[in-house]
Design a protein around this ligand. Structure first.
Ligand code: UDX
Length: 456
């Protein structure tokens, strides 16, 4: 089939690649000139494992092309995917201006039947709005269908997720569009769920909100574990074995970031608000996440006392490993707070090598994890890149002014770190010996029992 994909972000490019690889003729439309030039030359505009190689192969085989304006290709396309960004407005609502522009243009240019597929994450009811905009902008009454087909890919594994999705959600009213879409996704070995437009739109928000809830829930349990002496790794292991709970997304740490969870949770709260529903649970999820990054700074202050003039090393800046995306990354807030407290920051990230759009100004970027820890009073692991999992602890310790390690992602074996002579602290694992700080803050069960039941 001949397909246009509007918007060359993670979703647009991963979709375009997976569809071009399965025998379709795909044209990607991107309005930003510098991004477009890069793509034409087979260069990915962002770091995503495997993407550049896939793009180059498809360009060589002439299965994919790049254009600045949809009007160059619309008449040659049977299906148009809209994968433009829907960033948060200050109110938390999704900004639909990009999507509205594209729908207006499609309406104006349309001369025959088209399927318009909304891939962007959009508030419930947006597909109906898209239908209206397209209809109102048509010169003549051409037939078309709007399909909601939300995307669940993760950054860092975007291509794998697009090639092997967990499920395909198709919100569509017409049989004609349903047949076309089912044929398009014949290559996929996953359940295809056909539903109505609004349920499909809600599936995306509900899925992301649920995953964010799992993370905030486990983080809260970890915060309590810190105080009562339980180990969150053990707790999550035990919980995860219950199939109804599942072990995924139970990794406690410094909270979720990225372009989806923070944006989509806020947008869903807004969507609920518009229909006079106070989504208390999701508000709490967001609130917990807004505070979670502070845990590492609290632990840092506990171990070092005053942070003023101390040198602090940050390992990892992106919101998660495998990406150079720093949108809503906890690293930004942690570094700001350390600077506010008078600390000096040295960083190392495997892919981010300098300030990004106003963030990380004034920090020293180093060439490797050891160089970043040279003369430092504490290392904070913020993003669990593979590179940080194979550290030579003695080499690290030798270069540091004080052997203090704060593990914001619970990736290290505490016993190994402590055996190497470090003061170590992580999230929700207070039962490790020789960490000083936790013992005192742990709840004294005996004291509570003494007061409650008069034990003498
Ligand atoms: C997410 C969804 O997974 C994906 O389906 C959707 O399409 C877009 O949003 P992404 O933002 O790429 O994908 O990252 P993901 O791997 O889901 O992680 C999101 C955040 O949650 C990261 O900051 C990660 O560190 C954090 N996280 C994840 C945890 O803190 N604990 C966990 O157990 C899992």
């Amino acid at each position: 089939m001949r397909i246009s994909v509007v918007g060359a972000g993670y979703v647009g490019l991963a979709t375009a690649v997976s569809l071009a690889e399965t025998g379709n003729e795909v044209c990607v439309v991107e309005k930003e000139m510098d991004k477009l030039e890069k793509l034409k030359n087979g260069i990915s505009p962002f770091f995503e494992p495997g993407l550049e190689q896939a793009l180059n192969e498809l360009i060589r085989e002439r299965k994919i092309s790049f254009h600045q304006d949809l009007k160059e290709k619309i008449h040659n396309s049977e299906i148009i995917f809209i994968a433009v960004g829907t960033p948060s407005l200050p109110s938390g609502e999704a900004d639909l201006s990009g999507l509205i522009k594209v729908c207006t243009q499609i309406g104006k240019l349309m001369r025959d039947y088209k399927v318009i597929v909304i891939k962007s994450t959009v508030p419930v009811g947006t597909c109906d709005l898209a239908k209206r905009i397209i209809r109102e902008n048509q010169e003549d009454l051409y037939d078309f269908d709007v399909v909601s087909n939300p995307e669940f890919l993760r950054e860092g594994t975007a291509l794998k997720d697009a090639r092997e999705p967990s499920r395909i959600i198709l919100g569509c009213g017409s049989k004609k569009a349903r047949n076309i879409m089912q044929k398009l996704y014949e290559f996929v070995d996953a359940p295809v769920i056909i539903t109505d437009l609004r349920s499909s739109e809600m599936i995306k928000y509900a899925s992301n909100a649920f995953l964010a809830t799992k993370i905030s829930f486990i983080n809260e349990i970890a915060n309590i574990c810190d105080k009562v002496g339980a180990d969150i790794i053990e707790v999550a292991r035990g919980m995860g074995k219950d199939k109804r709970i599942g072990s995924d997304f139970l990794r406690a740490g410094i909270g979720y970031g990225g372009s989806c969870f923070p944006k989509d949770t806020k947008a869903l709260i807004q969507i609920a608000g518009h229909v006079a529903h106070d989504f208390k649970l999701l508000k709490a999820v967001v609130e917990v996440n807004n505070l979670q990054w502070k845990k590492v700074v609290e632990k840092l202050e506990f171990l070092l006392g005053d942070i003023k003039k101390k040198t602090i090393t940050i390992w990892g800046l992106s919101f998660k490993p495998g990406t150079d995306d720093t949108r809503e990354a906890p690293s930004i807030l942690i570094i700001k707070e350390i600077n506010r407290l008078g600390g000096v920051v040295q960083v190392y990230d495997p892919v981010i090598k300098g300030p990004v759009g106003g963030a990380f100004e004034g920090v020293t970027f180093c060439t490797d994890p050891y160089a970043a820890a040279e003369g430092s009073d504490a290392v904070i692991l913020v993003t669990e890149w593979q590179e940080f999992l194979n550290i030579d602890w003695q080499r690290l310790k030798k270069g540091m002014a004080q052997p203090v390690l704060i593990d914001g992602r619970n990736v290290y074996d505490p016993h190994t770190i402590v055996a190497n002579g470090f003061y170590y602290s992580c999230i929700g694992r207070p039962s490790v010996e020789n960490r000083g700080f936790v013992k005192e803050s742990m709840v004294d069960v005996y004291n509570i029992a003494e007061k409650r039941w008069n034990i003498s």
